[in-house]
Design a protein around this ligand. Structure first.
Ligand code: F6R
Length: 365
């Protein structure tokens, strides 16, 4: 049942290229994204969307954070992103021109479902991105984009997250086509790039041994940091959650530019820092933040795009991902972080697939 892997989590990490392919399939025709089969919104309704709220929990919330960048960048619609357990208690401003996108692997998370109902009560249209056809969230939402990741057994979410990112990119591109801020050629170029992600994830998986060695070397630590800017920060949050969840090592994800506003005080000799530097638009800035922690003795694993030699002299170890646009880098960057959490957990001797105190589906508040 684990397909030759020791744990479901590793099996699911390796299923990501397929999950991504299946989530893309039938939605991209030529170089055009077509979601008209699953989304009932007319062209005019899309053009009338005033704002989008992404609402979700945990890993799905981290996908929503990527969604904020993607929808704002591609479709130029203002986006807010909330944790479901906060959203429904904070009296958010929802109108009939608000699109609420709930993201949920299981489609059964109590807070997410309650947020969906709250949003509908206020007249919003609710779209669900979910991995379970016929789940509560899927049944109650007005529109559904299904992620085709297949059943996810390990408590720590991996392939569901990357598939959620794909669904979000498809949505961003579909709306972008309707809004017309970018030219058709430009959008088609972006779609072409999107289609290369499955094979690029396969490339990243080949670096498993390097990640394993780093994970084993840091497994004795009780504290570490993830740093990144822009989309790398969103991925850093997910990497940090994954590590905490299964290895029980405390970690914090920080927007790299925010370090000197307090957190730098915690950087001391040998503290492991995982520094994401995949975003070309802020690459130099990120490298200078990495140098700040390096100068204070941190032991740094850098994550960069192939060919970015500028990073190598500022870090102790490096993992590269294939060349990719900033927008799509999260799909590749998260993979080494999943592997890192996995091997840190194995090294510390904990149960990978069933971490303590956690349930796969949180159906209570
Ligand atoms: C972390 C994890 C959780 C879930 C969260 C939401 O690895 O799996 O943080 O992402 O409980 O679950 P869904 O997506 O089923 O609503």
């Amino acid at each position: 049942e684990k397909g030759g892997f020791d744990h479901f989590m590793m099996k699911e990490i390796y299923e990501q290229p397929k999950a991504i392919r299946d989530t893309l399939a039938s939605r991209v025709k030529g170089n055009i994204v077509d979601l008209s089969q699953e989304i009932g919104l007319t062209l005019e309704q899309i053009q009338n969307i005033e704002k989008i709220h992404f609402v979700a929990c945990g890993t799905a919330y981290h996908a929503g954070l990527v969604g904020k960048y993607v929808l704002e960048d591609l479709a130029r619609i203002p986006v807010e992103c909330d944790v479901a357990s906060e959203y429904r208690y904070r009296n958010p401003i929802i109108t009939d021109r608000t699109l609420v996108v709930v993201v949920s692997q299981s489609g059964e998370t109590a807070d997410t479902l309650a947020a969906l109902r709250e949003a509908q009560k206020h007249g919003a249209r609710v779209m669900a991105i979910t991995n379970v056809v016929g789940s509560s969230v899927a049944r109650e939402a007005d529109d559904v984009i299904t992620t085709w990741a297949g059943p996810e057994i390990a408590v720590a979410s991996t392939k569901a997250y990357t598939s959620q990112l794909i669904a979000i990119y498809l949505l961003g591109l579909y709306f972008a086509q309707a809004k017309g801020y970018k030219s058709a050629e430009e959008l088609q170029g972006i779609v072409t790039d999107l289609l290369t992600l499955p094979e690029k994830v396969e490339e990243v998986l080949k670096q498993e041994k390097t990640v394993e060695a780093f994970a084993r070397s840091i497994a004795k630590h009780n504290n570490l940091f993830f740093l990144g800017r822009g989309l790398d920060y969103a991925v850093a949050l997910e990497g940090s959650l994954k590590l905490k969840e299964i290895s029980y090592i405390h970690s914090e994800a920080y927007a790299a530019g925010e370090l000197k506003h307090g957190t730098l005080a915690l950087i001391e000799d040998n503290i492991p820092v995982i520094a994401l530097a995949t975003q070309q638009s802020v690459f130099e800035k990120t490298v200078s933040n990495i140098q700040e922690v390096k100068a204070r003795g941190a032991y740094v694993l850098g994550l960069a795009v192939e060919g970015d030699t500028g990073l190598i002299k500022s870090v102790d170890e490096v993992i590269t991902i294939p060349q990719v646009s900033d927008l799509f880098a999260p799909v590749l960057a998260v993979v080494p972080l999943q592997l890192l959490a996995y091997y840190a957990c194995v090294e510390r001797g904990y149960d990978v697939d069933k971490p303590r105190n956690l349930a796969k589906s949180v159906t209570v508040e």
